[in-house]
Write a protein that binds this ligand. Structure first.
Ligand SMILES: NC(=O)CC[C@H](N)C(=O)O
Length: 297
């Protein structure tokens, strides 16, 4: 399927979150959502997986809706060239993370999204938003994964404490990481995820409900950040090979946006060194090439 069978089962399943280590590495799912509501699928496209860092796209959109461009006082917009959970730049850059798609930046973004509310209410808002975008209220938080992340979450807590020490966190560390662990633990299928990303392909407007989810300039900028930062220190390689804005998660999912065309989700749990799905990236490379959808075509 999708000319990515050679890579299938290769790479490493994320095992630093024990609940993710159990996933079968031989899964491969693909879904393409088009603006007319058609969804084309292949392989394991209806099986739910842990979206992990793909959730950062949805919390970024929500945070921009809530606090607007003031978000950019808490987080930057530059690629980091570092691992997703790196703490190094935070020290020399006054606790301001490089971008909203590395862990530190996503934690800062979630902190801004909380905006004085209870963590539970915000986790619920994120889930409701994703359900609405997916057009499917069966999307849920996998609490085993959320618990597992929290149990092994020393690194993410360190990032949050480090930012707190620089005065770049507005809520208690446990409140913020509590929401962050739950957003990462959202489980959904490629079909649901591709549908959920459609507004980013259509200038911020959900073509099926007609709702303007974020303003057009914000959708464009979220896509720009995905292109430059969506795969951490592998973002250049992904742009080089696929040529589309994308966001990976260590659950093996990738959401890719083809502006004006559609939204694509792939899932295969074997990861490369940077935490991007190996077979998923190859499937996207072949697809983008065949469709002529690279933004550089
Ligand atoms: N790249 C990822 O998907 C990382 C997300 C994961 N929940 C973490 O915080 O470590």
């Amino acid at each position: 399927m999708l000319l990515a069978t050679e890579q299938l089962g290769q790479g490493r399943v994320a095992d630093y979150i024990p609940a993710l280590a159990k996933v079968d590495p031989n899964k491969l799912g693909f879904a393409l959502a088009l603006p007319d509501g058609t969804v084309h699928t292949s392989g394991d496209a209806d099986e739910a997986f842990s979206i992990q860092s793909v959730s950062k796209i949805f919390t970024l959109a929500l945070a921009l809706r809530r606090v607007g461009s003031d978000l950019w006082t808490s987080v930057g917009r530059e690629p980091s060239g570092s691992a997703f959970n790196s703490v190094v730049q935070l020290e020399s850059e006054q606790g301001i993370p490089r971008n909203p798609l590395i862990n530190a930046g996503a934690i800062a973004t979630t902190d801004r999204l909380i905006d004085g509310r209870e963590g539970d209410a915000v986790a619920e808002e994120i889930l409701d938003f994703i359900c609405a975008r997916a057009g499917d209220d069966r999307v849920e938080i996998d609490f085993d994964v959320a618990f597992s992340e929290s149990e092994t979450g020393a690194r993410n807590r360190s990032l949050a404490h480090f930012m707190d020490a620089f005065g770049n966190l507005r809520h208690p560390v446990e409140t913020v990481v509590g929401v962050y662990f739950r957003q990462c633990a959202i489980a959904m299928s490629c079909r649901q995820l591709a549908r959920a990303g459609l507004f980013l392909a259509m200038e911020g407007c959900d073509p099926l409900t007609g709702e303007q989810i974020v303003e057009a300039h914000r959708a464009r900028r979220i896509n720009a950040i995905m292109m430059l930062c969506g795969h951490y220190d592998n973002s250049g390689e992904f742009a080089f090979r696929v040529g589309l804005p994308g966001k990976s998660g260590v659950g093996g999912g990738i959401l890719c946006i083809a502006p004006g065309q559609g939204s694509i989700a792939v899932w295969s749990p074997g990861l490369n060194e940077a935490g991007t799905s190996l077979a998923g990236a190859v499937a996207l490379e072949h697809f983008a090439c065949a469709a002529g959808w690279s933004v550089f075509d």
